[in-house]
Design a protein around this ligand. Structure first.
Ligand code: CO
Length: 216
């Protein structure tokens, strides 16, 4: 069977399974969503947010891109973040990277990949910020793994630099931001312990007052 037909077949079976478990499952979901979590992950097909966290539809609001980046000019990411924080009022925002990330690996190489090089340059900037630590790691695999982790940490900080997160912290002391890394080899998620619910760890240059003032 062609791959796309398998998906439709799989969907039919899934609907049946869900209805067997809870006959009102879809009726309830159709009324609206109240997810507590925004997930910012990699587009990699091996890291599906719901499946690896054993969550159901309705539980996780999801944004995925190559190498789980929080890029400040990315209207897509900013729109998802603003909607999740200010309309859905999620309690947690999780950046989840993964070891073996092709985007991070490509950024570490000196090769050209096309348009994506512009996206990957954000990861190269992360490398430059942490070049001292990364260059000191002799083993290439270990250096790759460490860049995956550091990249997640920097994306968590990038979240906290946004006015969206800072204003939410000011008004409701939420959401908490977190950085995780998933292992393709074991299936286990590692918490990098970079959870924040305030800007106390953020360098002053990034913290902003509540009111907007004209620049001049
Ligand atoms: Co990836």
């Amino acid at each position: 069977m062609e791959a796309y037909k398998q998906l439709l077949e799989g969907n039919k079976q899934w609907v049946k399974e869900m209805l067997d478990r809870d006959p009102e499952f879809f009726d309830k979901l159709a009324k609206g969503q109240q997810p507590q979590v925004l997930w910012i992950g990699c587009s990699d097909s091996r890291v599906p947010a719901n499946e690896i966290t054993r969550t159901l539809p309705g539980e996780v609001f999801v944004h995925r891109n190559i190498a789980n980046m929080v890029v400040h000019t990315d209207m897509n990411m900013l729109s998802v973040l603003d909607y999740a924080v200010n309309v859905l009022h999620v309690r947690h925002v999780i950046v989840c990277g993964h070891y073996g990330c092709g985007g991070v690996k490509a950024a570490m190489s000196g090769q050209q990949f096309g348009l994506i090089d512009n996206w990957l340059r954000n990861i190269k900037d992360v490398y430059r910020l942490h070049a001292k630590e990364l260059d000191s790691i002799v083993d290439e695999e270990a250096r790759f793994n460490r860049l995956v982790e550091i990249n997640v940490v920097e994306q968590v900080f990038d979240l906290t630099k946004t006015s969206i997160i800072q204003n939410a912290w000011r008004s409701r002391q939420e959401p908490f931001v977190h950085g995780w890394v998933y292992s393709l080899q074991t299936g286990i998620i590692k918490d990098l312990n970079v959870s924040f619910g305030s800007d106390s760890k953020l360098p002053n240059i990034y913290t902003m007052d509540a009111s907007i003032v004209p620049i001049g």
